[in-house]
Each structure stands twice: as C-alpha cells, then as structure tokens.
Ligand binder design. Sequence first.
Ligand SMILES: [Cu+2]
Length: 204
Amino acid sequence: MRAVVRSRHQYDGLASLYLPIGLGVFALVVVLFVVFLWRYRASARPEADRRSRSNMAEGAWIAVVAAIVAVLLVATLHTEQRVDARAPDPAVSVEVTAAKWDWHFAYAGGTILRNEAVVPAGRTIRFAVRSLDVLHGFWIPDVRFQRDVWPEHVERFDLVFDRAGTYPGVCAWFCGLRHQNMHFVVRALEPAAFATWAAEHAAR
Ligand SMILES: [Cu+2]
C-alpha cells in the first residue's frame, strides 16, 4: 500500500527549503549592496578594468541563480506530484458542491451536510469538488491545502486530517457580496466515533 501523503508535511518541508534560500539571497544582496556602496563611493578612485571583471561576476551570479531556480523547481514539482497523487483505497469519499455562498458535503449514504464535513482522523479522504456558479477556492489552512473550483469541472484530491479536531476552511477567492461568509469546517473524529456517526446517518 502506498504511504499516506500529508499535504501539510509536504508543503512545510518545501517552505523549509525556500525560506533559508530566500533569506540567504536577501542577506547576500544586502551585504553586496553595502560593500559596493562603500567601495565605489564618489570619493573613491574609479576602477580600471571594469568590463572584464563585471563579465565574470555576472556569469557567476547567473550560474548561482540558475542553480537555485533548478533546485527549487525540481523540489516543487516533486512535492506537487506527491500531493496530487490519489490513493487507490480512500477510506471515505465526499462530494463537495460550492455555490454562492455555501459548501455542501454529500456522502455515499445520501447524507448532505451544509458547511461541515465529518471525516475519520488519520485516514485518506477523497474529495470531489465542483462549483455551480463562479470560481471558488477550497482552502483548509491547517493542512496547507487550497484548490480552485469552477463550473463544469470536478476537482478530485485526497487529504488526511492527522488528529481528531476541527479544521476551519474558507473560500479563497472573492466570489461575490457574501464571500466572507463562505466558511466551512472539517470535523475529524476518531475512526470508531466516525463509524458510529456514519452508521447513525446511514440508518436515517
Ligand atoms: Cu466562494
């Protein structure tokens, strides 16, 4: 069986690669800026062989930037690939419909919840999300996950909610006058509690 992929871990790992590189480049630019300001200030004598030295420096700078971009690109594509991959055996499938200004979560047994999803914690949940009207954004910050949804298209993805608890979700795109009310929650229950919940709702 394929290992369970947690979007939160994946994107946190990516951020811990981007952040030090970003800070390092920022520090380098600031240091070079100050050094050049000091060295080539108006009172200093102008350098003689500006052209040959700057060609080398520019070449080195381009090579460093290209290498950094290549590393970040490969790491990002790998992460996206892992997050986008769908499990062959999701524990629960939920069909989500976004429409101004609500989210509806439908289960195989016929249960439909408004602005709330109930799922088992620690299990792979398959979401199939569609929009009935305009562009919406299915965003759950705690799992570092956001997907755009638009009409006549179904967006499918897997998520895992590690611990039992409440995970707030919001619409990530301005979609009209009451966009700011377009919230939902994912309630993750312990698997046994989820089984009870599912049995109760199936019996209705
Ligand atoms: Cu929306």
